[in-house]
Each structure stands twice: as C-alpha cells, then as structure tokens.
Design a protein around this ligand. Structure first.
Ligand code: ATP
Length: 314
C-alpha cells in the first residue's frame, strides 16, 4: 500500500537547451514536470511507496507523462481525458542565472481534476496525503478535489502535508491568500517560503504565523529559505538548519525535492533536525541539474552527499 498519496497536474515540459531567450533559441529538450509528481518521484527515489493521481489528455504527451512517472516506481492513477489536451510548460534560461517558466495549461486535462476522480480507499489507506496550492488555484474543480481528499484524510487519521506553492501567474496574492490559508489550516505540516508564509498570515513574522496555524491544528510550519536552508516551527520552538553549498544550475524543483526529503525522514521517525538536514540535502542536490526532478537523490546518493569529506561511506 502506498504510504504517501498525492494528486495534481503534471505537464509536458520543454526547456531551452542552451542559454538564450525563447525568442531566438532553436532547440528544446522535452520532459515532464508537475509539483506533486516531482515530490512523488523524489519520494520513490528515497524508497517510499507513493501513489500519484492526475488527468492527462488523450495524446502522446499524456502518454509520456504517465509513462515517465510510472517508470520512476510511482503508482500512477492516470485518468485519460478525451476532451482536453495535456498541459505544457516552457522553461527558458535567458541568462546563466535567470530561469523563467511559461505555462500553457488553461483548460488542460490536468486542470479538470475533480472530486469524483478519487477512488474509494485511496487516501484512507495512506500514511500521508500530500497536496499543493497550485491545484487549488488552477481550477475550482481542482480545489474541490483537494478539499475532498483532505476530508477523507482527516476522517481516516491520515496526515495532511501541504506545500503552499503560490504561483502569481495563477492568481493575485489577494485572491490566493484565503484559498491557500483555508487549505493550510486543515493540514498537519505546512511547507512554504517566507513570502508564502506571509501570505498565509497577512504579513506577520513566521513565528506568529506558525502560532496562528497551530491554533487550527497545524503541528509544523517548515520554511524553505533557498540557499540559506530551512527553519521548522513546531510546538517546541524554531529549529534552523543551514543549506548545503552547491553550484546551483536550476533551482526549480528544489522545493519539491526538499518536501520529499522531509516527508521521507518523517516516515522513518526521524527528529525535526534530521528531517531538515535531509530536506536541505535533497533541495541542494536538485539545484545541481537543469531538470525539475531528474537529479533527485536516492538514499545512497544522500549518504555520500551528506558524509563529511574523508568519512567512509556505505
Ligand atoms: P521551487 O522553485 O521548487 O518551488 P521553493 O521556492 O519552494 O522552490 P526554495 O526555498 O527555493 O524552495 O528551495 C527549497 C530548498 O532547496 C531550500 O530550503 C534549500 O534546502 C534548497 N536550496 C534551494 N536553493 C539552494 C541553493 N542555491 N543552494 C543550496 N540549497 C538550495
């Protein structure tokens, strides 16, 4: 049985091969990407049984999405929607340090996810339900699917993990805040960057926001702080953990790898400090390659990465 279940939209992802604007580059490399499937793949690499659910179009890109996720050892509950195309995402590296993402996802198959897509027992049988804010902002039916999944998780005592993942291309901060806050309040673990935390708490400090969320039953607010690392706010205070020093090539997907690292260590019963170290390591490793999920580490990769130089590994 999957220990983590997650649902959302995964799109075909075409990225520029060489540095340059989409106005001029002539070649693109094709892959796939989606926040929840990135987390699912990262969890699978770390040895966690995981299931992903989503809709794709009845087209070659949809087949590719399902095949690639499945090939990573993730159980795939793929719904093929004959009435809408698979979404597409274009990633541009206009300069060596600037990555931009463009979405072609309105009315896509993935955005038509709805509560009726959830099979009976799927959420109930898991240890963790992981969701993210993107799905709620993409469509009302997606939001309803998340709410239905959360209701089932809560009724069955399944832990709810929520990554805020606010995307300004999908909604204004003002429109998104109440939706994202509503989801966060129902979660047990909330992940987000400093700006996303501020969005949830109307600008207060992370400590205050964590305290407010605790009032709704959120036990942990985990703040992702890019190269600086991360801080977890739990009932026993704030735990900081520094980032790992790497040559970052592409930070897109680092947040998803981070979440997978944290959740896998959680499932192993590790302490908050240990979860943060693993999460930071996964995030840092994900930054070292241009793909959104391809560089995600296995437990063996992690051991080598975290071991101080000169220490024997394995
Ligand atoms: P995403 O673009 O995937 O949504 P995010 O904004 O959610 O990312 P970040 O804070 O950018 O998340 O990164 C997540 C984690 O990845 C950080 O907490 C850190 O552990 C690691 N990380 C990100 N950038 C770097 C970096 N330049 N060097 C080392 N580690 C990094």
């Amino acid at each position: 049985r999957p220990r983590v279940v997650t649902l959302g939209e995964t799109m075909a992802l075409a990225r520029t091969v060489e540095t340059g604007s989409l106005r001029h580059v002539s070649s693109l490399a094709l892959g796939i990407g989606g926040a929840e499937s990135n987390v699912a793949i990262a969890l699978s690499r770390l040895g966690v049984d995981v299931s992903w659910l989503g809709r794709v179009g009845d087209d070659p890109l949809g087949e590719r999405v399902l095949r690639e996720i499945r090939a990573e050892g993730v159980e795939v509950l793929g719904i093929v929607d004959p009435d809408a195309p698979t979404g597409l995402m274009l990633k541009e590296r206009a300069t060596a340090s600037a990555t931009s993402v463009y979405y072609y996802r309105s009315a896509s198959a993935g955005s038509r996810l709805s509560p009726g897509d959830l099979p009976d027992g799927w959420v109930e049988g898991a240890a963790i339900l992981h969701i993210c804010g993107i799905t709620a902002l993409v469509s009302e039916s997606g939001h309803a699917a998340l709410t239905a999944a959360i209701d089932r998780a809560k009724a069955a005592g399944v832990l709810v993990s929520f990554d805020v993942n606010f995307r300004s291309s999908l909604a204004s901060a003002g429109d998104a805040a109440p939706v994202l806050r509503g989801l966060a309040e129902q979660a047990d673990i909330v992940f987000g960057g400093p700006e996303e935390a501020a969005l949830l708490g109307c600008g207060e400090s992370p400590e205050d926001i964590a305290e407010q969320l605790r009032g709704s039953g959120v036990s942990e607010l985990v703040l992702k702080q890019g190269a600086l690392g991360a801080t977890a706010f739990t009932g026993s205070g704030a735990e900081e953990s520094p980032g790992f020093l790497v040559q970052a090539v592409d930070t897109v997907g680092a947040g998803d790898a981070f979440v997978a690292g944290y959740l896998s260590a959680y499932l192993e019963g590790r302490t908050v400090a240990e979860r943060l170290v693993r999460a930071n390591a996964c995030g840092a490793i994900a930054c070292t390659s241009p793909g959104d999920w391809e560089a995600n580490p296995t437990l063996r990769d992690l051991k080598r990465f975290i071991a101080p130089a000169g220490d024997p590994v394995n």
